[in-house]
Design a binder for this molecule. Structure first.
Ligand SMILES: [Zn+2]
Ligand SMILES: [Zn+2]
Length: 221
């Protein structure tokens, strides 16, 4: 299959790589249809690293993706060929103390797609993921939107962590994709007023469009 690979700083090449294969009973083979570009992907592209996570080339980034199920392992019952799925890029071990305490997000053996030292990413034609990372998307959702489930889930989770925003006022400092995900989520959960700031004017336009009641740029005021 074809895969986009980082081969140096600011260098990407499309190369042929071996097809991924179903190896475990709960594996799902997915035809990737859309991949979002995350800020962390840009760091790996431009700087070749984020802190101690250093790319060794060639390396495939990408962790926001959606696609179509091509094949399922013998133990997968809830998904079938042709299903459209959004992917959770965090593959937890299921056995460590964190996983057993319902904190799979802090699994001690977490493998996150497109994170150096953990796993290759999804900028490729086909990908194998465990079934628990594949979320069936209903209603003819566009693949590009389904790929946004991953960053949007961060916004939803942060609003839930706050513990109920209905009828309250909130401020979002920074209206990049994650800030905007928080904004959309807070709106959906019934926040009364949202104040949003960013140094980049175009982002404030998006914030207004998505329902911020007040926007401000600290560079202008
Ligand atoms: Zn990301
Ligand atoms: Zn674990």
């Amino acid at each position: 299959m074809k895969s986009a690979l980082l081969v140096g700083k600011r260098k990407i090449e499309v190369r042929d790589v071996p097809d991924p294969l179903i190896q475990n009973r709960n594996d799902v083979l997915i035809q990737i249809k859309a991949v979002g570009i995350c800020g962390s992907d840009v760091h790996y592209y431009v700087h070749g690293r984020i802190g101690t996570q250093v790319v060794s080339y060639p390396y495939r980034v990408g962790h926001e993706c959606a696609g179509v199920v091509l094949e399922t392992g013998a133990g997968v019952n809830e998904l079938k060929k042709g299903d459209i799925v959004a992917i959770d890029p965090a593959i937890s071990c299921g056995h460590c103390d964190q996983c057993r305490s319902n904190r799979a997000n802090t699994c001690r053996y977490l493998r996150f797609l497109g994170t150096p030292g953990q796993g290759e990413g999804c900028l490729c034609e086909r990908l194998v993921m465990p079934a628990q990372c594949c979320y069936k998307v209903h209603g003819g959702t566009a693949f590009e939107l389904a790929a946004f489930v991953e960053p949007l889930s961060i916004g939803i989770y942060s609003v839930k962590l706050y513990g109920g925003v209905s009828g309250k006022r909130g401020a979002i400092l920074g209206c990049g994709p994650i800030g905007l995900s928080v904004l959309i989520s807070a709106r959906a959960y019934g926040i009364e007023r949202i104040y949003a700031t960013d140094k980049i004017q175009s982002r404030l336009k998006h914030a207004s469009h998505l329902g911020a009641d007040w926007v401000g740029n600290p560079l202008n005021s």
